[in-house]
Design a protein around this ligand. Sequence first.
Ligand code: CTP
Ligand code: CA
Length: 219
Amino acid sequence: LISALQAKPLAGHTVLMTAGPTYEPIDPVRGITNISSGKMGYALARALALAGAKVQLISGPVALPVPYGVERIDVQTAREMHQAVMQRVGQARIFIGVAAVADFRPLDVAADKIKKTGDGLTLNLTRNPDILAEVASLPAAPFCVGFAAESQNLDTYASGKLQAKRLQLVVGNLVQDGMGGDTNQVVLFDAAGSHPLPRASKTEVATGIVAHLAKMLEV
Ligand code: CTP
Ligand code: CA
């Protein structure tokens, strides 16, 4: 599989991508985040670079080294991620949203640490921008790839996201199959249907995704 990338099928292509979680502060010492190790996104960034692409990786907080040949831009919140993407998307041929973006953020961020005075605490949350949907609806949108991590009904939800966000490709997985670990089992959804990839290391899964992507870009 790795040898499929040595032909550099993505040479000359610029890929902009997101990975990792976002972190939405509540106060100076606390925040809301999503579970994401960043491993799948980083493996994909590495495979894209190996395939010859110029890769810009907008990354939430993760404990991973920058893959060789990849430019990483660090962000914390969904709004910072959104801004970093919008600044660069004009130059990108392909956009891939791998990040587990927090759908909501606290409406107000407390300037000081919140003290536990009452018996309960209510947080007011507000919607974050949908980065992938916004990129896909640009007049000169790049080729758009989304990820869908679901806990049930993978086919329905993943193909629903393909249509709703008007994407060219969705990589779906059941969270119980991939989260945090070093292997993953994914199904690729595109206009032609669904294509399951075998359970494999995240490196091999990333290679499979890039090979599929390169084939789609060929035609
Ligand atoms: N995504 C994004 N910005 C957001 C939310 C999601 O760019 N604010 C991207 C993710 O990076 C992923 C895709 O959209 O590629 C699907 O994310 P997911 O959370 O599965 O879908 P949502 O549309 O947020 O729907 P829900 O969480 O309700 O299932
Ligand atoms: Ca979401």
